[in-house]
Design a protein around this ligand. Structure first.
Ligand SMILES: Cc1cc2nc3c(=O)[nH]c(=O)nc-3n(C[C@H](O)[C@H](O)[C@H](O)COP(=O)(O)OP(=O)(O)OC[C@H]3O[C@@H](n4cnc5c(N)ncnc54)[C@H](O)[C@@H]3O)c2cc1C
Length: 401
């Protein structure tokens, strides 16, 4: 990521600490300090606090971090496991003391287990001996544990900042929300915060969008973050059930349900968060298309035939993360669409892709539709081909209408 950023001309200054900040109508002053240096003021148009759960940005803004500390205690460890079970699957072991999960990493394995009572050792990290004992008790097969590279006891918090935007300052990632790792969604939620905010800030800074566009960061992401907290709390309660009858029901039913195709698809889409939709949250024209897509949905990575020739390509390979993409599904010639659209819509703000859908697939290829796709691959506005001018109008009206 550091190299990719450098390729875009962005240099990461490691070890530089944000000490304090203030903001006014024109910008943000951040007081930054290099190791063993003195704080120096630097001026920015906007600031995003991606400074983790103990965020100085959130504290400095005086924002609350509402929620609770969950009861359960856990251990987490990166180590090597030797056993007869497969190393390309996720294994969960249930026991009266709580669940243990072991899953393969690129190097070695990760172990996570609930520890039933607050541990007296929780001030220090779990030792190899403790992890061996735990694995021996919980894993229903012979297991050898070695090479602990990192381990920790932890308790879970489920908390959400009271706001994501205060003037010119935003919160993203763990500074805005922390929750149970059940569901493994912490990092994805933060990445999607950044993806949602990044293109909006870029357009505003380039003078191509009104500053009000930035307000949709909070209106779109807040509900998603609240749902992630709710879902991970429910999941944590399920994995931590104490009552024997409920545990029995869970252990009997969960493996059967988890094997079903539709459950696996739903789990994959939920955990990866590609099923997140921003319908009804501000930025979109409320149109439903003949193929079931609604503005605010993430556009699927369809197979498309660009300009009617060549093999099918993936739609995502045609999207441009720095601009909108105007996808026009039509049998018309690309140059005629281009001639029609060019006077209305600047290429700086939208790339034009004229394509057809291959005959197979869920979408009807004879439908002639336009899709204005946001830089983060969400659908902004769409409609029948005959109403293509709406795409330009929507942008002209400041991303609404
Ligand atoms: C036990 C555990 C298990 C987890 N498992 C998963 C999982 O399986 N899947 C998943 O997706 N997520 C998981 N997560 C969550 C995931 O690790 C976090 O959601 C993610 O790392 C958050 O990224 P972030 O960049 O927002 O914050 P962080 O990773 O906390 O990064 C914040 C950065 O800001 C820096 N910083 C802080 N203050 C300052 C300052 N004043 N000046 C300059 N820099 C500062 C910090 O040094 C740090 O580098 C887990 C978390 C925990 C605790």
């Amino acid at each position: 990521m550091t190299e990719a950023l450098a390729g875009l001309g962005v240099h990461v200054e490691r070890g530089v600490e944000l000490m304090s900040f203030d903001q006014d109508a024109e910008g943000v002053t951040a007081y930054l300090c290099e190791p063993s240096g003195t704080p120096q003021a630097a001026r920015f148009a906007y600031m995003i606090g991606c400074d983790g759960a103990h965020s100085i940005t959130r504290h400095g803004l005086g924002l609350g971090f509402t929620g609770r500390t969950l009861q359960q205690n856990f251990v987490l460890a990166d180590l090597d496991v030797d056993w007869a079970l497969s190393d390309d699957e996720f294994h969960i072991f249930t026991s009266p003391e709580g669940l243990m999960a072991i899953f393969p990493m690129r190097h070695g394995h990760r172990l996570i287990a609930e520890v039933p009572a607050p541990s007296r050792d929780s001030a220090s990290d779990p030792t190899l001996a403790q992890l061996r004992e735990l694995a021996g008790q919980r894993v229903a097969t012979a297991i050898s544990v070695a090479n602990v590279r990192w381990s920790s006891f932890f308790r879970l918090n489920s908390r959400l900042a009271t706001r994501l935007q205060t003037g010119r300052i935003f919160l993203a990632g763990d500074s805005a929300h922390i929750h149970s790792p059940a569901g493994a969604q912490g990092m994805n939620t933060g990445i999607q915060d950044a993806l949602n905010l990044g293109w909006k800030l870029a357009l505003v800074l380039a003078g191509q969008a009104p500053t009000d566009l930035l307000k949709t960061y909070e209106s779109e992401r807040y509900a998603v973050e609240r749902a992630v907290l709710r879902n991970t709390e429910v999941l944590t309660r399920i994995v931590s059930l104490r009552a024997p009858i409920l545990r029995f029901a869970r252990d009997l039913v969960a493996p059967r349900i988890a094997r079903m195709d539709f459950v696996q698809t739903a789990a994959r889409e939920t955990i990866s968060e590609i099923a997140v939709s921003y319908r009804r949250r501000g930025l979109h024209a409320k149109i439903r298309d003949a193929n079931g897509l609604v503005a605010g949905d993430r556009l699927p990575d369809l197979a498309i035939e660009v300009d009617g020739n060549g093999p099918a390509r993936r739609l995502y390979s045609e999207l441009d993360p720095t601009r909108f993409t105007l996808l026009v599904l039509t049998s018309e010639d690309a140059s005629s669409i281009d001639a029609e659209i060019t006077p209305m819509l600047s290429r700086q703000i939208a790339k034009l892709v004229v394509a057809q859908l291959p005959d197979s697939g869920p979408h009807r290829s004879h439908d002639e539709w336009f899709y204005l796709v946001r830089p983060d691959a969400y659908l902004a506005v769409h409609g029948p081909r005959s109403r293509i001018a709406q795409a330009a109008t929507w942008i002209e009206l400041g991303f609404s209408g």
